[in-house]
Design a protein around this ligand. Structure first.
Ligand SMILES: [Zn+2]
Ligand SMILES: [Zn+2]
Length: 225
């Protein structure tokens, strides 16, 4: 057994240390009411005003910068269960503060191939303890990734959406009538979460809210994480 070390800065004796907790950055206000992207004015951003995404709202706990970047890397490649539990604590507090009427929680699913390679879904490492802390029902099997998302390069906006949408399928018997909290580690444009939310609504979910640990902002130059 190794002594614990902080998932953000490797400091010994912690899973997630107070210094890292102090260093995280909330998203700068104001954010779009729906997609959660920081903008220059409150209300809806122009993209959401033009076409509302299928989820009611998307929010992220912090900006995708250090030390959360290292912590998410640990979850993804090291199966650090203790870190997932440590991060679930402040994330659950944040989630409760949003006052969303959630009854079930589930992670964005991995495809079969990815699941075989990695052996676990890194988002589940946080979603499960978060469900335990909030009292929301953990329902990881309501949504499936039916195929890996193909490269989006060279596709039109409409083709991208179709490509994404066809990647997910929701199980009516598990989601019908529920208000679902969909969780992911990082969001950029929200395209994956939109595709998942679309599949959940198609299968009869009452409403879908989306929560990520981190948000990659456009100035990071990332189009997809
Ligand atoms: Zn630390
Ligand atoms: Zn928006």
């Amino acid at each position: 057994m190794y002594p614990p070390e902080c998932g953000g800065c490797k400091r010994a004796g912690y899973r997630w240390c107070p210094a890292c907790q102090d260093r995280i950055q909330a998203l700068p206000d104001p954010v779009c009411e729906v997609c959660g992207l920081p903008g220059s004015h409150p209300g809806l951003c122009s993209a959401c005003a033009n076409l509302q995404p299928p989820f009611r709202a998307l929010r992220s706990w912090v900006v995708f910068e250090e030390p959360i970047r290292s912590a998410l890397h640990q979850l993804k490649y090291r199966r650090n269960l203790a870190l997932g539990d440590a991060l679930a604590k402040p994330l659950a507090e944040y989630a409760r503060s949003l006052m969303w009427p959630i009854d079930v929680v589930g992670p964005v699913p991995l495809g079969k191939k990815r699941m075989r390679e990695r052996g676990y879904n890194q988002v589940a490492l946080v979603a499960l303890p978060l469900a335990a802390r909030t009292g929301w029902q953990y329902a990881p099997r309501g949504l499936h990734r039916v195929r890996e998302t193909r490269s989006q390069v060279g596709l039109s906006a409409g083709e991208r959406k179709e490509n994404m949408q066809a990647a997910f399928h929701a199980d009516r018997s598990r989601v019908q009538g529920h208000t679902v909290l969909l969780m992911d580690d990082v969001a950029t444009t929200g395209a994956t979460l939109s595709a998942c939310a679309g599949a959940l609504l198609e299968a009869g979910a009452e409403a879908v809210y989306a929560l990520t640990l981190a948000r990659a902002l456009p100035h990071h130059g990332l189009t997809q994480v």
